[in-house]
Ligand binder design. Structure first.
Ligand code: NAD
Length: 282
């Protein structure tokens, strides 16, 4: 079984991005700049935001985090986003999810200017992506595909099962797999008998947000498993949407949790921010 560790790929891409950033600072007169907005005190979100800022600084970007209390009125956050949209010194803006219930996700996805939407959530950017003209790559799905490429695993002509249909992971991932000639099965909360459907797949992409949902009876022998879920177990360790212990003896390749998809998501965010800076400067 091939363990699809992100580390060697991250090291390579981060070094390259650092060099490109160095060169860009000379032409642009400043470093690419990322603004991250966090509302509330969700502990996982706090860790993600801090990891994103650290990664941005490690390649020479500037990064600023704006923190708001859980009870902040959406209008106040909206006003900050508008300021950042208009600020020529900011290239990328990311609003960390999940947001408190007082926010409408349907409204928030229109807030960040499409040109600064490095998370690739604005409907304009999703439309461009599904039309085959991506402005940015959605961070997690694109990270998953980079990892498959690095390990020379091709979905062309294969059956791919995507578990989950969120706007941030499941839907764009299915569309990107289709663009690579996979035949895609999409499983969600309304799917009857999901394990039987999943068992037909050569590639399984688990993004349900449900701890160890995928067990050995969901997996065809030799399947490639990409685990996108992140959960904390009672013993404090991290695990995914897939039961690693029971499925790894059957799979031909599998991502670890942690150390698989998570770091790739951050890498694509950085690459999108670099691209946004190039686009702004040109
Ligand atoms: P979400 O809650 O927005 O969406 C989950 C989707 O899974 C929904 O479409 C739902 O229909 C489906 N689903 C839920 N339970 C199911 C079940 N029992 N059977 C079939 N389908 C089911 O979640 P999301 O934002 O897409 O994230 C999914 C998981 O991926 C979470 O664990 C999240 O923490 C993780 N995640 C990881 C990264 C990363 O960088 N590794 C990035 C984003 C999300």
């Amino acid at each position: 079984m091939i363990l699809m560790n992100a580390k060697p790929l991250i090291e390579k891409r981060r070094e390259f991005l650092k060099e490109k950033t160095n060169a860009l600072v000379h032409t642009l007169g400043r470093a690419p700049a990322l603004a991250v907005i966090l509302v509330g005190s969700n502990p996982a979100s706090q860790i993600y935001v801090s990891n994103k800022s650290k990664a941005a600084e490690s390649v020479g970007f500037t990064s600023e985090t704006f923190q708001f209390e859980e009870s902040t009125p959406p209008q106040k956050v909206y006003e900050l986003v508008q300021q950042l949209n208009e600020d020529p010194a900011i290239d990328g803006i990311l609003i960390q999810r999940p947001l408190p219930n007082s926010f409408s996700n349907q409204e928030v996805m229109f807030w960040v200017l499409p040109e600064k939407d490095v998370d690739c959530l604005h409907p304009e950017n999703i439309g461009l992506l599904t039309s085959g003209l991506p402005r940015f790559n959605p961070c997690t799905p694109a990270g998953v595909l980079l990892l498959l490429d690095f390990y020379q695993l091709t979905v062309d002509g294969k059956i791919a099962c995507v578990i989950g249909r969120s706007n941030i992971v499941g839907k764009p991932l299915a569309s990107m797999l289709l663009a690579r000639n996979a035949s895609v099965i999409q499983i969600h909360r309304g799917t009857k008998n999901p394990s039987a459907l999943c068992k037909q797949a050569d590639f399984i992409f688990a993004a349900a947000g449900s701890k160890k949902l995928v067990q050995s009876d969901w997996v065809k022998p030799g399947a490639v498993i990409v685990d996108i879920g992140i959960h904390r177990e009672e013993n404090g360790k991290l695990c995914g949407d897939v039961d690693f212990e029971s499925t790894s003896p059957i799979a031909s390749a599998m991502t670890p949790v942690p150390g698989g998809v998570g770091p790739m998501t951050i890498q694509v965010l950085l690459e999108n921010t670099y691209q946004a800076a190039i686009n702004q400067g040109s």
